[in-house]
Ligand binder design. Sequence first.
Ligand code: NAD
Length: 460
Amino acid sequence: MVTISTSKITEIIEQQRIFFHTGKTKDVNFRLKQLQKLKQLVTENTAAITQALKADLNKSEFEAYATEISSINEISYAIKNIKNWTKPKKADVPLDFFSYSAKIYPEPLGVVLIISPWNYPFGLIISPLVGAIAAGNCAIIKPSELAPHTSNLVVELITKYFPSEYIAVVEGGVETSQELLANKFDHIFFTGGTSIGKIVMAAAAKHLTPVTLELGGKSPCIVDTDINLEHTARRITWGKFINSGQTCVAPDYLLVNQNIKQDLIAAIQKTLKEFYGDNPAQSPDYGRIISHRHFERLTKFLNNGKIVVGGETNFEEKYIAPTILDNVALTDTVMQEEIFGPILPVIEYTDIKDAIALINSQAKPLALYLFTQNQPLQQRILQETSSGGVCINDTIMHIGVSSLPFGGVGDSGIGSYHGKASFDTFSHYKSVLKNSFWLDLNWRYAPYKDKLSLLKKIIK
Ligand code: NAD
């Protein structure tokens, strides 16, 4: 990792400001070309990307493709829609504004900063970058220091495909991140933990810089009895244990109807065997924990409740088996913090109102999962809980739909992206009202004498 000095950071920002003010990024054809280049960057380097993800997270080739290289979809979606997104949109004017016309112009913000986490260290750089490029900005990217192979590769690729006065990568850890944050940007797009999100927002406030905070939290997964058990078990197992549970929208814990709890645990156990064999440590498809610090943080959770599935660990390999914990108390640390690993606590309920009350007593989650065919129950959960997004009868899949904005609410984040929402996030919508000269009614000009009664008729 090359550490970049403070003066170098200032220099990159200044060069990007100069480039931005040339107006080149405002040209839609320029943006289109850069999106095509970004697509090329990904498609021409899938082998290297897969290798880096394997080295950082023991990510399988399939998962690398499905969850990170798949950001190609976001690029293609932007390429397809950019001409439409960038067009000024006509706005209605009231009747008494008959001599005016109104339009809303999207315009780029300028130089933006993208700070990324380690769990999807490639995809979570490319996805926001698509929005930054499509909206016509220059961008500085700060990858996570905890995924060094991917971070190095991102430097290599971005440097090869883009000039640094347009898109640059600054590698480094907390200190580098803080040095970057000391500067003024036109937008900061941060993906990471809630506590660091607060630090980022405080730093941004000093410059009145707008932020998008894509954070985490405990995403609950409610399981009712009115389900297809086999499908439910597969979809939960996949969503929880993909990337070894290190997914911001992984189901954090299960809230299961008491009548189906034992069946569900047995079905998940069976599914785990189908997915990863008798010993997941030997499965080519099962990942590893990113660092020894996170390994130790996670293994402490294994002292909570009772391990009913898994529980095996290997410090050297940073391996934690897919684990299910039963008899967990809400006061246990595993229920107090975001888990972000392959440990699934199960909490049972007898009355759905208790499950709802539990969710509402905690910080608003990034995702909420509900397994039931019962439509009134689906409506009730939507009505009575708040979360960044909801996925019914599945897990995680909602973030793969470009037409659905993705983001948190409350402690799980501010703002959203994906598809058009990414373009919106990195744009300013400039309202423009235009008058003409063919008429100039004097109802608003002084002297106001006798004009108030007319005004009262207009304003109602
Ligand atoms: P993190 O917050 O520790 O780090 C994220 C980034 O912030 C890294 O680039 C890191 O270098 C930087 N950073 C760390 N400490 C900093 C500080 N004090 N000041 C400035 N910058 C700092 O997060 P992480 O461990 O990389 O990722 C895990 C968290 O991210 C989880 O909470 C997860 O839920 C969340 N997450 C959210 C999403 C989402 O889309 N909402 C996606 C992935 C991960």
